[in-house]
Structure formats: C-alpha cells, structure tokens
Design a protein. Structure first.
Length: 261
C-alpha cells in the first residue's frame, strides 16, 4: 500500500515538473554540441557562459535596463492597440455587412509583414520612440480587432434575443451580453497581440535607430561577436514573451473561466 502511494506521489511530482523536461533536453544537447565541437566555440559558447552573461547583465543592471525598456515599449504599444481595436471590433463585429466592408483591409495588412511597414512609419513619425511604438501597436491592433469582431459575430444569439425581449437597449445588449460573450475570443486576440507586439518591438529596436532595448543589444552583441551577451539578450527576450503570455493565461482563467458554458 505504501509503495502504491509512493508511486502515485512520484508520478504527480514528475508531472508537475514536466515543463522543465524540454528545457533540460535543449541545454543537454547544447552541452553535447559544444563538447563535440560541432560548431565554432566562438559562435556557440557553452551554456554556462551564456547564462553567466545573463546573470551578470541583470546583476550589474546593464541587461535589466534594456529588458525593462523593451517591456515598457511593448506594454505601451499593446495598450494603444487594445484601446483602438476593442471598440472597433465591437462596432464592426456587431454588423456582418459592416465588417465585410473592411474585412479585406484588415486581412491584407494583418498578412503583411510588419517589417515591410517600417519605411512608411519612419516617414510618418521619424526615427525615434514613436515609430517603434506605432508600428508595434499597428500590428497588434489588427490581430486584436479580428478576434474581437469574430467573437462578437459568434456571440450566442439566444442570449441577445432574451435580453432584448426584456426591454434592454442596443447599448445594454452590447455591453452586458455581447461584450461578455466575446471575451474568450477577445483574450485569444490579446494574447496573440501582445506576443506580436513584442516580436515587432524587438525587430524595430534592431533596425530603427535604437540606443537601448533587447533588440539593440542582440544586434550590437552580434556585431561585436560577443556571443554570450547575444544569447543572454535572446534568453531575456524569450523570458519576457513567455512571462507576458503566462500572465494573460492566468488573467483569462480568472475572468473568463465561464467561456463556452
């Protein structure tokens, strides 16, 4: 009996640690590649050097400064995208005919690589913070707008009809029923939007006259052949993206746990 209990406890512990297996496997393969000298040691330093650079960068503040700068730009661009896209998504999604009139435009620019839009935003906003934030907000807003409109169009018609029968105005139906019904799909769009905003921001920091940020650190370290520092910046960017996505998953489970019920 004790053996069965121990085995069950062991299975639970291994299951809770399962997300770490992939990371451990990647680090092990990295160590193996370095030990077998499958790549130039200058281009692929051992993991301990990369993680050492990551630790040092956060300890002395050099990498943490870039980390929080990129995080701030991403959050700001995402907030702008949400403020624009959610109301527009509600309006356009409430009428299939209205959404059909702008569907091509949304899909066209949603399918266009954001980096191809850099010259246009440079002409409009010049070289500086505004361009990076604007282009990231633009890319994120299209994804959020699409998902909000889709969520509104697929809201349960029976619930909307029931509220109308009770005498609710169109505005009350929109806010009290349609908005809540569309929240699960809206959160999908927001999670995708903040991830896309981070990707665009990193690329923008690489190529649009930046003096700080993780993107600038990656490209500068690569130019100086400081590979441990480059990998450290990449890890920091990955951790930032993972953390943002995880935060939205937690918020989604707290506020829209009723989705689909």
């Amino acid at each position: 009996m004790n053996g069965i209990v121990f085995a069950q406890a062991l299975r639970v512990r291994f299951a809770s640690a399962s997300p770490l297996y992939g990371a451990i496997a990647v680090i092990a393969l990295w160590w193996l590649a370095c030990a077998m000298k499958l790549a130039d040691p200058i281009l692929l330093p051992p993991p301990d050097k990369a993680f050492g650079a990551l630790w040092t960068g956060f300890a002395d503040g050099s990498l943490s400064g870039d980390f929080f700068k990129t995080a701030w730009r991403t959050v700001l661009s995402f907030a702008i995208a949400v403020a624009i896209a959610v109301p527009l998504g509600l309006i356009f999604g409430s009428s299939k005919r209205l959404y059909g009139s702008i569907e091509f435009v949304v899909d066209f620019f949603r399918s266009t690589p954001a980096s191809a839009m850099f010259p246009l935003f440079l002409v409009l906003f010049g070289v500086g913070e505004k361009t990076k934030i604007a282009v990231a907000a633009f890319g994120a807003s299209l994804v959020i707008l699409f998902n909000v409109a889709y969520g509104v169009m697929n809201a349960r018609k029976t619930r909307q009809a029931a509220v109308r029968v009770m005498g609710a105005s169109r505005l009350r139906v929109m806010l009290d029923v349609t908005l809540l019904e569309s929240l699960p799909q809206t959160f999908v769009g927001m999670r995708s939007g903040i991830s896309l905003a981070l990707v665009i921001m990193i690329v923008a920091e690489m190529f649009i006259g930046s003096t700080d940020g993780l993107g600038q650190r990656v490209i500068q370290s690569q130019a100086l052949f400081d590979m441990p520092q480059m990998y450290a910046a990449i890890f920091a960017a990955g951790a930032l993206g993972y953390g943002m996505n995880l935060l939205f998953l937690v918020i989604e489970r707290l506020f829209v746990h009723w989705g689909g019920k």
